[in-house]
Design a protein around this ligand. Sequence first.
Ligand code: CP
Length: 337
Amino acid sequence: PADYIANAPQIRRAVLDRLRGQSVLSAALFDKDLLTELAKFAAYLQLKRFEVGTAMSDKIMAAAFFEPSTRTRLSFESAMLHLGGKTISVADGKTTGVAKGESMRDIGQMFNSYADVVVVRHTEQAALSEMCEYLRVPLINGGNGSDEHPTQALADWYALLKWRPEITFGRLPEEFRLNIGIIGTPGNMRTVKSFLMLALLFHENINRITIFSEMADPLGEELRELTKNSPITIGFSQSLTQNLEYLDVIYMNAIAYIGDGYRFFADAFSLSSESRIKPDTVILHPLARGVELDVSLDDTPHNLYFNQADGAVWIRQALLLAIFGRVADVVPPDMLD
Ligand code: CP
């Protein structure tokens, strides 16, 4: 984190103020300026570790997860608790009125009385918009069906920006611009979709994104439209091994979540320390992993996925503070711009 903010240590409060009171439903909320400033703020928080006081002591976060989670729910809770905030949680939707047929809209109405911000994960894409019908406090999408997982993408890019601060600050010579491989189907996988949406913001320093998928149309209509005017070359391949030697970043995802056809490709789309990866290539994976990401990679320099999961606490803490307009409560005036 220190390297990341060394170039521009001042945190631009006016930029982060754009998040005040906002819901975060999609990665589309972020432009490069906002994402960069949020990452700088997260780096500041990470450097301070948990010694920034209790700016959230009057706030309650509800984490309502209608689908299993290890990292998203617990990192949000950790972020909030370390700021003196309080959390109430649904770890299993079956323990709520949903089991009796209660609608997400009505649950949203209840949260208005119980919490100041709500983080929701649901198997259904439409669940969040239904909740929004009555909800009046900010809603953070913790993963909605096959649609989006915007705060995961924030954690992904926070890890990448710390790895190569030059991606943010300035334009790299052509030979140093990134070649990114995405293993998965952005059109119907929420993590890679949100990751790809944020990748487009760094088009100055990304040369090519290759999508490795068994699907005929891995982008789908929405992402096809979004990517068509990007200067980044978007390529498609079914052969990871043939492309490994030029990839700088590999974004993997759990094969278990994907349809039957993917099993056929599981071996071809798996990586281990035996894979012919460039020495300086980094691997991202939102976790939980399946067979595609062998544990033999854990102790190699390719492993950015643990860093990615660790950084999630800081970027989510930064996001919560910005949503509540509490940036100046934790950053001293001489660090603010
Ligand atoms: N990356 C991610 O969403 O992990 P969890 O499913 O554990 O929340």
